[in-house]
Design a protein around this ligand. Structure first.
Ligand code: UD1
Length: 363
């Protein structure tokens, strides 16, 4: 049985790696790795392949950046040629980025079955591009691998047959478990002792200048109480560059996007994490580091229910209050969600190998 895996953007790499590795143990499965090129900078893509020990992509579509329509359409046009030439039995897609839905749409029209890893998550906020990508990808998928049981419930409510849903746990955490011992301290001039770690890249936070200015102002104030380390996503850097009025305070360390191992070290040693990312809410929960999420909602409610995550919305006074509470030693602790222990990729691979056995198709 032949499987094509799709990766495109930074968070895809840590989810696909454990599945690729685990499937190598099943000789009835032939694998091909396609990178759409949605992320292409050394620091957004190549460094992850190296640090995660991933095989080089067999094919890179080199689509690059663009508006949602341009990027999605370009991926579809280029990927259709690949799919027609490769004729896989299954497409495996990861997460909720534009590459996920674009390739899934191509596959479903060509009659190629789709397995979605990280299926079923819902923020219920359709102003998020990722929510559209998740809902639509799940509507056209054939197999569903969920990281937490809320995903199972959401899918069943949307009419997905329960036998197609497999609760496997969190593939992103597999990568964290594998590489935690190799986490390494990045060199940041002048940084000593405790620090808070920040990431921001959601369009809702960074695309409107007044919103971004309010957040940077708050982070600068927080920087007077604890150093704030802020690796800047390219989208956010562009927005900041266009804003003459913003002057980050002295306690704010604006640094380049970090490699996986360096960012892992920063997360592990942070006093708190402030973020609008999805995956970082999960990693903070695994590492038992307090996390304040600068969003009104989350598609990962389990990180609030069981983990260390608190949704502060975009209320900057609340953000400062919660941050000060953590600085004062009053911090939320959490427990690990089930199956967040490093074996999710193995579970995915066992299901896919079973599908191959049942189909009796060998490479
Ligand atoms: C994408 C995902 C988001 C994910 C994030 C992780 C979608 C809709 N969004 O958002 O879910 O959380 O990746 O990073 O798929 N850029 C570079 N170098 C790169 C890639 C991008 O400079 O290697 C710049 C470009 O100017 C680009 C902008 O960043 O226009 C945004 O990139 P894009 O892939 O459109 O979305 P992200 O904001 O990265």
């Amino acid at each position: 049985m032949k499987i094509v895996h799709i990766v495109g953007a930074r968070p895809n790499f840590m989810k696909a790696a454990p599945v690729l590795f685990a499937l190598r143990k099943h000789p009835q499965v032939e694998q091909l790795l396609v990178h759409t090129g949605q992320h292409y900078d050394e620091r957004m893509s190549d460094i992850f392949f190296r640090q995660l020990g991933m095989p080089r992509p067999d094919i890179n579509l080199d689509v690059g950046s663009g508006s949602h329509a341009v990027q999605t359409a370009e991926i579809m046009v280029r990927f259709e040629r690949v799919l027609l030439a490769q004729k896989p039995d299954w497409l495996m897609v990861y997460g909720d980025v534009n590459s996920t839905i674009a390739c899934a749409l191509v596959a479903v029209k060509l009659g190629v079955k789709i397995a979605h890893v990280e299926a079923g998550l819902r923020s219920w906020d359709r102003s998020m591009p990722e929510e559209i990508n998740r809902v639509l990808t799940d509507q056209i998928s054939d197999l569903f691998f969920t990281p937490s049981t809320d995903g199972d419930e959401n899918l069943k409510r949307e009419g997905i047959a329960p036998e197609k849903i497999h609760f496997v746990g969190n593939c992103m955490i597999d990568t964290l478990v594998r590489l935690l011992a190799q986490a390494r301290k990045p060199g940041i001039d002048g940084l000593e002792g405790r620090f808070a770690l920040v990431t921001l890249h959601r369009p809702s936070n960074v695309d409107a200048p007044e919103e971004l200015e309010r957040i940077v102002q708050t982070l600068s104030e927080l920087g007077e109480e604890i150093p704030v380390v802020f690796p800047i996503h390219p989208r956010t850097r562009q927005r900041l560059a266009g804003m003459a009025g913003v002057s980050p305070g002295a306690g704010l360390y604006l640094i380049e996007p970090q490699g996986y191992l360096e960012f892992l070290w920063l997360q592990q040693h942070a006093t708190m994490i402030l973020t609008d990312s999805g995956g970082i809410q999960e990693e903070a929960t695994f590492l038992n580091v307090p996390c304040l999420t600068i969003r009104e909602n989350t598609e990962r409610p389990i990180t609030c229910d069981l983990g260390t995550n608190i949704l502060v919305g975009r209320d900057m006074e609340r953000l400062k209050r919660e941050a000060r509470r953590i600085l004062g030693g009053d911090r939320k602790t959490g427990t690990l969600p089930p199956y967040w222990e490093g074996q999710a990729g193995e579970r995915v691979a066992r299901v896919m190998a079973g599908v191959a056995d049942a189909q009796g198709i060998f490479p």
